[in-house]
Write a protein that binds this ligand. Structure first.
Ligand code: NDP
Length: 253
């Protein structure tokens, strides 16, 4: 499906929507949290580094956005109980969830498979796929309370075609694509909850710098540049789209 980089969102696109963004302290997640708030959403900022989340919180407040909430969580150590406690807290506070952007991600190491450390492999799978899956299961009842809930899982080009040395990261993104197909099919008769994958494409962040240290970051789009597709997929203009694999920008040539 083509990307929506030229999409022009209404200023109040996400008004009255409660949207949770994981990995909201930095990179693409930070830009999404700010952009969603700017378009009217009450954003729940989830991440592992509280100081970063607080900075985003302050930026939203300074810009006059709806008061956000901070939810500290590290996917590495998070248990099922943590996810269910989180669902209970959000239920008490908001009673529903209209959007969930699974954005937090761990690169792991780019290294030949023969040298891949099994503990690091588990860690990457935990942060990129297992944690988000169980969090989604815990939050489904809240999403079902929404009239139009959008769940977005972040993918990658290496989750659609494998590439040498990308190890657990690539495998976790393939798993993401597969899980979304399964869940979207299960939810086919619940049109008020849609679930899709979104590949940001090459974007100027810390993760990209780590993966491609020799690359000139100024040749890349910024997280802010790719927000039109993030807004389209989170908001009502994409209602009816489910089980799709989207791109936030045309492929880098
Ligand atoms: P960054 O490394 O800049 O940001 C990653 C975010 O995930 C940070 O907020 C980080 O928190 C958070 N995070 C990492 N580990 C955990 C954890 N254990 N628990 C909770 N939060 C965690 O990456 P990007 O912004 O580049 O990437 C965002 C998403 O986009 C990822 O899913 C990535 O795989 C995907 N992606 C990115 C591309 C790119 O070119 N940038 C291309 C394709 C896909 P903290 O800041 O506290 O460490």
């Amino acid at each position: 499906m083509s990307c929506k980089i030229d999409y022009q969102p209404a200023p109040n696109l996400l008004e009255n929507r409660i949207v949770l963004v994981t990995g909201a302290g930095e990179g693409i997640g930070r830009a999404a949290a700010l952009s969603y708030a700017q378009h009217g959403a009450t954003v729940i900022l989830l991440g592992r580094t509280i100081a970063k989340l607080e900075r985003v919180y302050d930026e939203i407040e300074a810009a006059g956005g709806p008061q956000p909430a901070i939810f500290p969580l590290n996917f590495e150590g998070a248990t099922l109980k943590d996810f269910h406690d989180m669902a209970e807290t959000l239920d008490k506070e908001f009673g529903r969830l209209d959007g969930l952007l699974h954005n937090a991600g761990l690169l792991g190491r780019i290294t030949p498979f023969e040298q891949y450390n099994p503990e690091l492999w588990q860690q990457v799978m935990q942060v990129n796929i297992n944690g988000p899956i169980w969090m989604t299961q815990a939050l489904l009842p809240l999403l079902q309370e929404s009239e139009d809930a959008s769940v977005i899982f972040t993918s990658s080009s290496v989750g659609r075609k494998g590439r040498a040395y990308w190890g657990a990261y690539s495998v976790s993104k393939f798993a993401t694509e597969g899980f979304v197909e399964v869940l979207a099919d299960e939810l086919a008769n619940q049109p008020n909850v849609r679930v899709n994958t979104l590949n940001p494409g090459a974007t100027r962040t810390q993760m990209r710098r780590t993966a491609y240290p020799g690359e000139d970051p100024f040749t890349l789009r910024t997280p802010e540049d790719i927000m039109p597709t993030y807004l389209w997929l989170m908001g009502p203009d994409s209602a009816g789209t489910s089980g799709q694999k989207l791109d936030a920008q045309p492929p880098k040539v």
